[in-house]
Ligand binder design. Structure first.
Ligand SMILES: O=C(O)CCC(=O)C(=O)O
Ligand SMILES: [Fe+2]
Length: 225
């Protein structure tokens, strides 16, 4: 059974970033990688980032649940990986595959749609960059670790992974990337986001009358269906 609690807030910026190391064991990780490589049908080209969705499907037009796509039960391999630290299971889970050289553009997951966000890393370690204005913080996401984004880290900093084949660590080590998978867990927000961040919050932008296409919660461009 995956770890229940044990999240520790990472010191420094951004605030609100919690990490739990060893959410799963190395043996469990090996089994998952075998399933991802041999048993799942991936929709896109093997050289690009690929996504598979479970639970409710996100509708990129309404920023809500797509009423036309039925709820997809969590497969058996996913059930033991569901976090139990929230009051209910997540509404949407997305498995993504990052072949070496791929990444995800800097973005904030839409505020209107989702509340807290978790992400489990599997396979290669990778640097994720958080940004806020001209501040940049690289977080080394270790395999088998669960990350929980809350507060500032969730709402007011973007996060992204640069497209490249190596990561250069703070001590100068150049680390080649290998296959990485992540599982992101999202809970649909009850009520509106009231953070008021007009740069990053789609709710605040809508209230100001900014057209949908010009709002900056860019999940639609980073998680293609
Ligand atoms: O790959 C990850 O760890 C996070 C992916 C992500 O930011 C997203 O799917 O919104
Ligand atoms: Fe994200």
């Amino acid at each position: 059974m995956a770890g229940k609690s044990g999240f520790e807030e990472r010191p420094g910026l951004p605030r609100g970033l919690f990490l739990q190391n060893n959410f799963i064991s190395p043996e469990h990780e090996k089994q998952l990688v075998q399933i991802f490589l041999n048993e799942l049908k991936w929709p896109q080209q093997a050289s690009s980032r690929q996504s598979l969705h479970y639970g409710y499907t996100f509708d990129y037009k309404t920023f809500g649940v797509d009423p036309d796509i039925p709820y997809k039960e969590f497969p058996n391999w996913l059930k033991p990986l569901i976090p139990t630290t929230e009051t209910r299971p997540p509404d949407q889970v997305c498995l993504q595959y990052y072949p070496p050289g791929t990444g995800i553009p800097p973005h904030v997951d839409a505020h209107r749609a989702y509340d807290q966000l978790y992400a489990l890393s599997i396979g290669s370690p990778i640097l994720m960059q958080f940004r806020n204005g001209d501040q940049r913080v690289d977080i080394d996401l270790m395999p088998r670790g669960m990350m929980k984004m809350t507060g500032d880290a969730r709402l007011h900093w973007t996060h992204g992974i640069k497209k490249r084949k190596t990561d250069t660590l703070t001590d100068g080590t150049v680390r080649p990337r290998e296959n990485r998978w992540s599982i992101t867990y999202r809970w649909i927000r009850e009520g509106d986001c009231e953070c008021g961040n007009i740069t990053l919050c789609d709710v605040a932008q809508q209230r100001l009358g900014i057209e949908k296409e010009k709002r900056s919660a860019v999940i639609s461009s980073v998680t293609p269906l």
